[in-house]
Design a protein around this ligand. Structure first.
Ligand code: ADP
Ligand code: MG
Ligand code: MG
Length: 882
């Protein structure tokens, strides 16, 4: 498909602006913007071929769209006019760079060719015009090298080998020591290599050079490297790249020239002092390629004081203009400074926070603007210990940075071993191929989790994030042998008890005893969080089942508990046998008396939470999982029974009975079985006991501290309005029996089934609040289970672009999100004061939080360690929706 006739495909820098990045790419749009802001004499002139031209080129099987050539030569004429030089001129030739530049920066992924326009004739002209023969030949050999590599795919090492060979012959160490003759000879060899590899002569016609270079830049959009980068960073394939053709300026003209990169503030700490690197007598490529070791930006002050001062001034100007930290490229040619690129600086969390606070202090930004410069998702890194910043260590393996923070300890391979070791006060790392529900008690005991399989949404990653434990998942080069209790990688084999350290923020694993640095919420971070609280309209609560989690979350600023799951309370050591007795009960009477015994434990648990929350809202979900989860595995009982029979130990009958019960509770598909409210309808006495325990705990805490919590009793997995009605009646009856009038109690439901969303208005007539359980809602809306999806087909789905990320990480807006909006809307139609919240992994995901703001929710609830992130993200969502 061609572009419409007459479409403008080429823009001079003077015509563009920073608001045109979709069309001109980030680099082109910002070069144009710099031309306006800093003046044409600071930015080498040029033009941009649009991303639209690239898209048309790709659609037309790599044919230039109609009108492109024509517009290209016109733009080139204008450039030649402005520069007063012509491409390929035998006296004083114009040279250009041909630079890629997509909408979002994709550093190092796309191609660029420098010094284009040189040939056997113009190289002599360049030498004469600049009276610098060495420089001319250095530029020519660079061009031959880049052109061959970028435009014709000749391996970079082939050129590097030839350079090494020549340096050996000349007896020199550094590129800059090569003489004119060396460079001339080298250029000759580069051209021979070109002919050998392509069967063609190196193109001498500058127009042909330009055509091929533009083609190569377009093609680099489709290169494997770029495709992979886009997949990881969720950049659409159909954006295309722009191509910038720009007059060359030369940092390789001698000792009064240089090339470098400069950040407007320190790129690691965010301190208000520019940082960067430069290389004297070099072109930009040398600084990033690592062939020579660059020098610290501030050494430039001594070498070229005037240019240095100008650069510092320009960095301030750009920062003021863009209202954000900038990352720039510059070149000094004969002491004249040119700016070649600027973009918003990517920065680690601590620098982002530091910049925000300083920018407000300096009057550069207001608090809303400052908050908007922070990447909320990255703030994670500030809330966990990390490898000491200056630590030196050898990487054993790399994997997915699945849950932030660093940890080290002795290797264990099972959850039970982790628990046993922790009981002896030892720090351990749980190492497994992958984890399952059965391993969860090991997470609590371990300092960190390492798996060889699974991604960011694997079981290990989710559970670890929920608990705030560092986790590296999917470290594919590790071979975990659970039988032998060894783990090996790259020739190293480690056994149980050996030291291992993981950094879940970076996704690295080492066997070195790396020192760890403790996190603290810095004063600056507190400041930012304070602004966030003023700006946001969404409440932020936490998911917490224990007083410890609740305390942590309070420290991080949670305003209440949005989800307290009660099942953990029944699984704890001393409760499990009582729970089993309850399940084994033959009659309601027996069951009630077993529940009677459980009640004080439940009450005690709730008291702990309420104490911690000091009068704030607490949402308690009544028992959700199927009963068989509280029972032993069938195989275990069978074995025990066999043993009992052989030993005639007398409890055979009891075991037979247990086995029968285990079998009768077993379900083909427990996820869709007797859980949630279904359990409550089948065995109302369970929910009754829980309601009683909650109310009594609230009274006890009120009598002790003077503050009763705002209670929200939540019925899980409701599909039919009548289910909720029945359970509401039950809770209200218990409240009457307990004389709970003085307590603030609301009764609501978790919305986690599609039917509940469709009939939300009917359900709302029995509900004081809805809390969206988006984990289950995602599973039930999509009809797949999280644990199975992860390992089996999700990766392929991402690869084949069915989805661009796991729907468990970021809410699927068009599908699951639509159900949320529908339920919120119709629920409020029925009951305008209906309180709406979300509990589930999505509650701590910045992108999902933006969506929940738009859907009109009142609060989000997330794991304690994500509370600060949610506060910032909620502020950003409020600003964006304003
Ligand atoms: P990347 O996106 O990989 O950084 P660039 O297009 O920015 O690619 O160019 C690579 C290097 O070449 C950079 O260091 C840049 O500053 C330098 N460069 C690009 N165009 C010119 C030019 N017209 N004059 C001098 N140096 C240039
Ligand atoms: Mg660049
Ligand atoms: Mg659920």
């Amino acid at each position: 498909m061609a572009v419409a006739a007459g479409t403008k495909l080429v823009y001079d820098f003077a015509e563009g602006s920073k608001d045109m990045r979709d069309l001109l790419g980030g680099k082109g749009a910002n070069v144009a913007e710099m031309t306006r802001v800093l003046g044409a004499e600071r930015v080498p002139a040029g033009f941009t071929i649009t991303t639209e031209a690239c898209v048309a080129y790709m659609k037309a099987e790599r044919e230039f769209p109609e009108g492109l050539e024509e517009q290209l030569w016109e733009a080139l004429d204008r450039l030649q006019e402005q520069a007063g030089k012509r491409l390929g001129d035998a006296d004083d030739p114009l040279l250009v760079s041909v630079r890629s530049g997509a909408r979002e920066s994709m550093p190092g992924m796309l191609d660029t060719v420098l010094n284009l326009g040189l040939n056997d004739e113009s190289v002599a002209g360049l030498a004469r015009a600049t009276e610098n023969e060495r420089f001319a030949w250095d530029s020519y050999r660079r061009f031959c090298q880049m052109f061959g590599n970028v435009c014709r795919g000749i391996a970079g090492e082939r050129y590097e080998e030839l350079i090494k060979e020549r340096k050996r012959e000349a007896g020199v160490e550094e590129d800059v020591e090569l003489s004119v003759d060396d460079l001339r000879a080298l250029t000759g060899r580069f051209r021979e290599l070109f002919s050998e590899e392509t069967g063609e002569e190196f193109p001498q016609d500058p127009s042909e050079q330009l055509r091929q270079a533009i083609r190569a830049v377009f093609d680099s959009w489709l290169g494997a490297r770029a495709v992979e980068y886009r997949r990881i960073n969720h950049i659409p394939d159909d954006w295309g790249t722009a191509v910038n053709v720009q007059q060359m300026v030369f940092g390789n003209k001698g000792d009064t020239s240089c090339s470098g990169v400069a950040f407007s503030r320190d790129e690691i700490s965010g301190e208000p002092r520019p940082s960067g690197d430069f290389l004297p007598n070099a072109q930009g490529e040398d600084v990033v390629s690592g062939v020579r070791t660059p020098r610290d930006l501030h050494e430039l002050e001594r070498l070229m004081p005037a240019a240095y001062e100008e650069l510092m001034e320009i960095l301030r100007t750009l920062e003021r203009h863009y209202g954000d930290m900038q990352d720039t490229e510059f070149t000094v040619e004969d002491e004249r400074l040119y700016m070649l690129q600027t973009r918003t600086a990517k920065r680690p969390a601590q620098a982002a926070v530091r910049f925000a606070v300083d920018a407000v202090d300096e009057g550069l930004l207001d608090t809303a603007q400052a908050i908007a410069t922070i990447d909320a998702g990255r703030l994670d890194a500030l809330l966990h210990p990390a490898f000491a910043r200056d630590a030196d260590f050898e990487v054993l393996a790399e994997g997915v940075a699945a849950s932030p923070g660093a940890a080290k300890g002795a290797i264990v391979f099972t959850a039970d071993d982790a628990v046993a070791a922790a009981e002896h006060g030892r720090d351990v790392i749980l190492v497994r191929p992958f984890t399952e529900a059965d391993d969860v008690h090991g997470f609590q005991a371990a300092k960190g989790i390492l798996t060889s399989e699974g991604g960011k949404a694997s079981h290990a990653a989710l559970v670890a994030r929920g608990m705030g434990k560092p986790c590296v998942s999917g470290a594919g080069t590790l071979e975990v042998d659970l039988g032998a209790k060894t783990v090996s990688a790259g020739g190293t084999t480690l056994s149980e008890g050996d030291l291992i350290a993981i950094d879940g923020s970076a996704g690295v694993v080492t066997t070195d005893d790396v020192p760890l640095e403790d996190p603290e919420v810095s004063d600056e971070f507190e400041t930012v969080l304070g602004w966030a609280d003023e700006l946001r309209t969404l409440g932020v609560r936490t998911n917490a089942d224990t007083p410890e989690d609740a305390a942590k979350a309070r420290e991080f600023g949670a305003e209440g508990i949005g989800l307290c799951r009660t099942e953990h309370m029944f699984m704890a050591g001393d409760r499990a046998p009582k729970m089993r007795a309850m399940i084994m009960a033959e009659t309601e009477e027996e069951r009630r008396s077993a529940l009677e015994e459980l009640l004080p434990f439940q009450q005690e648990d709730f008291e702990g939470l309420f104490d911690e929350m000091k009068g704030r809202p607490v949402t308690i979900r009544l028992l959700d999982p199927p009963l068989h989860e509280f029972m032993p595995q069938a195989e275990e009982v069978v074995q025990e029974l066999e043993r009992a029979r052989i030993e005639q130990s007398g409890n055979e009958q009891e075991l037979e009975h247990t086995l029968e019960r285990v079998h009768s509770l077993a379900e083909t598909n427990p996820m869709l079985g007797t859980r949630g409210v279904r359990l409550g309808i089948l065995h109302p006495e369970i929910y009754e006991m829980q309601a009683r325990a909650i109310l009594r705990a609230a009274f006890a805490v009120r009598d002790r501290t003077g503050e009763a919590p705002e209670l929200e009793i939540m019925i899980p997995l409701v599909a039919y309005e009548r289910e909720l009605q029945l359970m509401r009646d039950l809770v209200e009856r218990v409240a009457g029996e307990e004389d709970a009038d003085e307590l603030e109690v609301s009764i609501g439901t978790m919305i986690e089934l599609p039917r509940a969303c469709f009939v939300a208005n009917r359900i709302a007539s029995h509900a004081d609040f809805f809390s969206f359980g988006t984990n289950d809602l995602t599973q039930t809306a999509l009809g797949f289970s999280r644990d199975d999806v992860e390992g089996r087909f999700l990766n392929r789905y991402v690869e084949r672009k069915v989805v661009d990320r796991s729907p468990f990480e970021t809410i699927d807006q068009p599908g699951v999100g639509w159900l949320v909006r529908l339920a919120a809307w119709t629920g409020r139609e029925e009951r305008p004061e209906l309180k709406l919240g979300i509990c589930g992994e999505h509650g701590g995901d910045p992108e999902s939080i933006t969506f929940f703001q738009l859907a009109g929710l009142d609060y989000v609830s997330c794991s304690p360690y994500r509370v600060p992130i949610a506060r910032v993200a909620a502020a950003q969502a409020a600003i964006a929706s304003d």
